[in-house]
Write a protein that binds this ligand. Structure first.
Ligand code: S3P
Length: 442
């Protein structure tokens, strides 16, 4: 696929950030809401859907497989599903753009339907490993032909009925877990996923919410065992998507590092499988207050009030990694301004995200004046003890939205401007990011 022209951006320090922002809908929940609504018979309504490129890629794919998906003038999305087992053969390749979640979860759906789909994506997605989903889906009976290295473009020929499996996750990945469960939705019998390390549980919560017979138990070794009864009948739902903690994290770090800041971030999803970054920031001395705790769409939500605070190095517990996996790039920015040296380990998964986030961040941090050392599974960062970055440098975002936003946050506390070679990828997950930032600068 072709990618839009690069959009360079220069960020300079504006002074304190003040005011209230409401972050957009959770990306993980938005993908799942569209997919499960498209498998229910009848009309589901989704409020607060993230309208970023990744989620729109999922919507387009579900339309191509027969679902009727419309955005109402009121901003509520209405989905008429085809029923489990009812996905239609798409007429052309499914363009997943930059979105690994769309790709891996939809591969699961296709795997147990009597259809064939080709998946294509941008240069970043075409480098990402798909073997982790190909293996279990092939065991369920799907016939998958991938490009060398198990990459996109690839073709999935589904098998119906598929073979339900019991699968122990070899890597802590919610995408792999969800691919197997989504394939299991249309497989006869019980599909089981054993998860030694807990990852985000939105698929489990939402499948149960749509009426699937799903249970979660903890085995004698402490692993989560998720059992799903297949050939499920999903009932249409009204879904409210909470704000994305991964998007909120950029503002939480921004307010923490820019002296004089006080920001209220409204409607932040605080599912414990997602909120590790706030725990890690608090351990560094961040001042993050949770107010108005409530439940939205079956997920815990609160507003966060974040005030500037001097940060102190605190090595994040590797056990927190799955609950903050997407937030490390911006956490590195916080660590780079803290007092002391931070050693971050156990994050080798970052190397197979939209970019190699350990290498991309190390390169960019050095460019803006930070001493750091790359490790195979992490990064050591020498903190600047509150001294802003020297800046006066260009960093490369490498088609990775979270890299672009992390360096935008760094630019808010830099002596000289930081320029980002391409901020276009921000539109995949957070189209309003720069507008909301500008709002806090006034
Ligand atoms: C996601 C799972 C995570 C995360 C990604 C979204 C999901 O990926 O990094 O942004 O929605 O299931 P992995 O499963 O590869 O860890």
């Amino acid at each position: 696929m072709t990618h839009p022209a690069p959009q360079p951006r220069v960020i300079s320090a504006p002074g304190p950030l003040r005011g209230t922002v409401r972050v957009p809908g959770d990306k993980s929940i938005s993908h799942r809401a569209l997919m499960l609504s498209a498998l229910a018979v009848g009309e589901s309504r989704i409020e607060g859907l993230l309208e970023g490129e990744d989620v729109l890629a999922t919507a387009a794919a579900m339309r191509a497989m027969g679902a009727d998906i419309m955005r109402g003038g009121d901003g509520v999305w209405r989905v008429h599903g085809v029923g489990v087992g009812g996905l239609l053969q798409p007429e052309s390749a499914l363009d997943m753009g930059n979105s690994g979640t769309s790709t891996r979860l939809l591969m699961g759906l296709v795997a147990s339907h009597p259809i064939t789909a080709t998946f294509i994506g941008d240069a970043s997605l075409s480098k990402r490993p798909m073997g982790r989903v190909i293996d279990p889906l092939a065991t369920m009976g799907a016939d998958i032909t991938a490009s060398p290295g198990g990459r996109l473009p690839l073709m999935v020929r589904g098998l119906c009925p598929a073979v339900p499996i019991s699968y122990r996750l070899p890597v802590a990945s919610a995408q792999v877990k969800s691919a197997v469960l989504l394939a299991g939705v249309n497989a006869p019998g019980i599909t089981r996923v054993i998860e030694p390390v807990a990852t985000r549980d939105h698929s489990e919560r939402m499948l149960a919410g749509f009426g699937a017979d799903l249970s979660v138990e903890i085995d004698e070794e402490g692993a989560r065992v998720i059992s799903l009864v297949g050939e499920a009948e999903l009932k249409p739902q009204q879904i409210a998507v909470p704000g994305d903690p991964s998007s909120a994290a950029f503002f939480a770090v921004a307010a923490s590092i820019v002296p004089g800041s006080e920001v209220r971030i409204a409607n932040v999803g605080l599912n414990p499988t997602r909120s590790g970054v706030f725990t890690a920031l608090r351990a560094m001395g961040a001042d993050i207050e949770e107010v108005d705790a409530r439940s939205v769409g079956g997920e815990p939500v609160a507003d966060l009030i974040v005030r500037h605070a001097p940060l102190v190095a605190a090595d994040p517990d590797p056990a927190l990694a799955p609950s903050m996996i997407d937030e490390y790039p911006v956490l590195f920015v916080a660590a780079a301004l803290a007092r002391g040296r931070t050693e971050i380990r156990g994050i080798e998964e970052l190397r197979v995200k939209e970019s190699d986030r350990i290498a991309t961040m190390a390169e960019g941090l050095r460019a803006i004046g930070v001493a750091c050392e790359e490790l195979p599974d992490g990064l050591i960062i020498e903190g600047r003890d509150g001294d802003g970055f020297p800046g006066d440098a260009q960093v490369a975002s490498k088609l990775d939205h979270r890299i672009a936003m992390s360096f935008a946050v760094a630019g808010l506390h830099a002596a000289k401007p930081i320029s980002i070679d391409d901020a276009a990828p921000v539109a995949t997950s957070f189209p309003d990011f720069f507008e909301l930032l500008a709002h806090l600068q006034n």
